[in-house]
Design a protein around this ligand. Structure first.
Ligand SMILES: [Zn+2]
Length: 345
C-alpha cells in the first residue's frame, strides 16, 4: 500500500510537470485527488490494516496528497504567469506597422481667397470693417444714393424682413456705416468682406447667398488715378504680373463716374477664347469715385473730400483663379471638391 501511494505520487507529479494548460491541470487534480481518485481508493482499503499501521498509512496518504496539490499549485501559477506573458507579447505595439492617416480639414477655398485679398489690402494700409447681415433699408439703399422707388433697386432683388429691414444685398452698407461713424472727417481706408443675399435663382453663375469684398477710400485729393493704380496692384498680385487691366465706363448709383475693370484673359493671352467670350478680357469688379450725394449724406463736405470705392465677388475671383466652373460648388460642401484646396496649406 505504501508503495502504491509513492507510485501514485510520482505518476501524478510527472503528469503535472508535463501539463501544458490550466484545463489539463484541473483534470489531473480531479483524477488524483478527487473522491473517485486512486488515493481515495487506497485509503478505503485502510480498514484491513492493523491499528498500528493505520496512523502511519494515514499520515503518508496526507503527505502524498499534500505533495501533489503543492505541485499542482506551483504549476498553476507557472501556467498563469505564462499566459499573462503570452498576452503581453501578443499586445505589444508593432512600431513597424504604417500608421492610420488622420483626416485633416482644410480652409474653404472662399476663405482662402478672402484672406488673400484681405492680406493684400492690409499690406496697402487698409483696415477690415464688418457690419450686420440683417440691415436697415436706410444703410443698404438710401444712404447709398438709392432712395425708395429708385429703379436701380430692382437690380438687386432683395429679401425683405419688414418694410425697413432686409438681408443686405451688398456689403456697401458697411461703407455707409463707417462714413457715418467718422462724422465727416477723413481719412478712411477700409475693405469690407462678408455675405450678401439676393433673390436669385441658383444656377452655375448665380447664388441667392454669396460673398462680396468692397473697398472704400475717403480723403482729400483722392483721384481716379489712385483708384486705377490700386486696382492694377490688386490685379497683378492676385492673378499674375503679366495681366493687363482696362477700365470701362459703367453705372452704379453710389459712384460717379463708375467703371468696370477687366483683366486680360490668361487662357488666350488676349487673343480671344471661350473663357473670355472671344473678347480677350474678363470682367472682375465694379468701381468708381464715391458719389458726392453719398459723401454728403454721411456728413462729408464733398467739396473738400473725395473717395473711391470698388466691389468684387470672391466666388468669381476664386472661379477664375482655380478654374471652377460652377458657383454652387462653394456651397454644397462636397468634400471631394473642398479637399482639392487642402494641398497648398
Ligand atoms: Zn480668352
Amino acid at each position: 500500500m505504501q508503495e502504491r501511494l509513492k507510485e501514485l505520487q510520482a505518476e501524478a507529479i510527472q503528469k503535472v510537470t508535463q501539463a501544458v494548460g490550466l484545463k489539463e491541470l484541473n483534470d489531473i487534480r480531479v483524477a488524483y485527488l478527487g473522491k473517485k481518485g486512486p488515493i481515495t481508493e487506497v485509503l478505503r482499503g485502510m480498514g484491513k490494516l492493523s491499528a498500528e499501521e493505520r496512523p502511519v498509512m494515514g499520515a503518508l496518504a496526507n503527505e502524498v496528497r499534500e505533495a501533489i496539490s503543492t505541485k499542482i499549485e506551483e504549476k498553476q501559477s507557472e501556467l498563469e504567469e505564462a499566459a499573462v506573458q503570452a498576452k503581453l507579447a501578443a499586445e505589444t505595439i508593432d512600431v513597424t506597422l504604417p500608421g492610420r492617416p488622420v483626416k485633416v480639414g482644410s480652409h474653404h477655398p472662399l476663405t482662402k481667397i478672402i484672406e488673400e485679398i484681405e492680406d493684400l489690402f492690409i499690406g496697402m494700409g487698409y483696415e477690415i470693417a464688418e457690419g450686420p447681415e440683417v440691415e436697415q433699408d436706410y444703410y443698404n439703399f438710401e444712404a447709398l444714393n438709392l432712395p425708395k422707388g429708385h429703379p436701380a433697386r430692382d437690380m438687386q432683388d432683395s429679401f425683405y424682413i419688414t418694410e425697413e429691414i432686409l438681408l443686405r444685398t451688398h456689403t456697401s452698407p458697411v461703407q455707409a456705416r463707417t462714413m457715418e461713424k467718422h462724422q465727416g472727417k477723413g481719412p478712411i481706408k477700409i475693405i469690407c468682406p462678408g455675405k450678401v443675399y439676393r433673390r436669385d435663382n441658383d444656377d452655375a453663375t448665380h447664388s441667392h447667398q454669396f460673398m462680396q469684398i468692397e473697398g472704400l477710400v475717403v480723403g482729400e485729393n483722392i483721384r481716379m488715378s489712385d483708384l486705377k493704380g490700386t486696382l492694377e496692384v490688386f490685379a497683378k498680385k492676385m492673378f499674375g504680373a503679366d495681366r493687363e487691366i482696362r477700365l470701362r465706363p459703367s453705372f452704379f448709383p453710389f459712384t460717379e463716374p463708375s467703371v468696370e475693370m477687366d483683366i486680360s484673359c490668361k487662357m488666350c493671352g488676349g487673343h480671344g477664347c471661350s473663357v473670355c467670350k472671344h473678347t480677350g478680357w474678363i470682367e472682375i469688379l465694379g468701381a468708381g469715385m464715391v458719389h458726392p450725394n453719398v459723401l454728403e449724406m454721411a456728413g462729408y463736405d464733398a467739396k473738400k473730400y473725395s473717395g473711391f470705392a470698388f466691389g468684387m465677388g470672391p466666388e468669381r475671383i476664386a472661379m477664375l483663379k482655380y478654374g471652377i466652373d460652377d458657383i454652387r460648388h462653394f456651397y454644397t460642401d462636397d468634400v471631394r471638391f473642398l479637399k482639392q484646396f487642402a494641398v497648398e496649406e
